[in-house]
Design a protein. Structure first.
Length: 161
């Protein structure tokens, strides 16, 4: 049996460069999340794109409708971003093998995703133009669960596990 397939249960030697290969995408994605939690990702800055685009699509759109769409787009961004993070984390934990699904690896990926969400919201609370939100942590956690559920469902459909 390949060492990576049992690495969560049995200690095995994995060359450091192999581990880095799987963890670099996770770290890169986390960096993007933390970059988005700076002023660059504030409502003021993102509304510069969403509002004009909606006005271009529908010139007589109300300010309230623009606000509602902006909130929906931003929250969907949370779900998608953390779904990707959870999937990348699961991949890294399993050393690239999605055929090694275990409840333990999924729980670890979910836990790491939620920890990142807490850190992100804490970081946002320190940025003057942002504020941390417990609700966003819940939305981020839901995103992680969505990502892991998609991976699990694909594995079940393909009869990988």
């Amino acid at each position: 049996m390949h060492c990576a397939a049992v690495s969560l249960f049995v200690p095995c030697r994995v060359p450091p460069r192999d581990g880095v290969k799987y963890w670099l995408p996770v770290l890169f994605w986390m960096s993007l999340i933390f970059l988005a939690s700076t002023d660059m990702g504030s409502t003021r800055n993102t509304s510069r794109f969403i509002g004009p685009f909606l006005t271009w699509l529908k010139p007589n759109i109300s300010a309230e409708a623009i606000h509602d769409v902006q909130v929906a787009v931003r929250k969907a961004g949370h779900v998608i971003g953390y779904a990707i993070l959870a999937t990348l984390t699961l991949r890294a934990l399993n050393r690239g093998l999605f055929n090694a699904w275990t409840g333990r690896s999924a729980a670890m990926a979910a836990g790491m995703t939620v920890a990142c969400a807490f850190c992100d919201e804490f970081h946002q609370s320190m940025v003057p133009t942002r504020m941390g939100s417990g609700w966003d942590v819940l939305i981020d956690a839901m995103g992680g669960v969505v990502g892991l559920s998609v991976v699990w469902t694909i594995g079940r459909v393909k009869r990988t596990w």
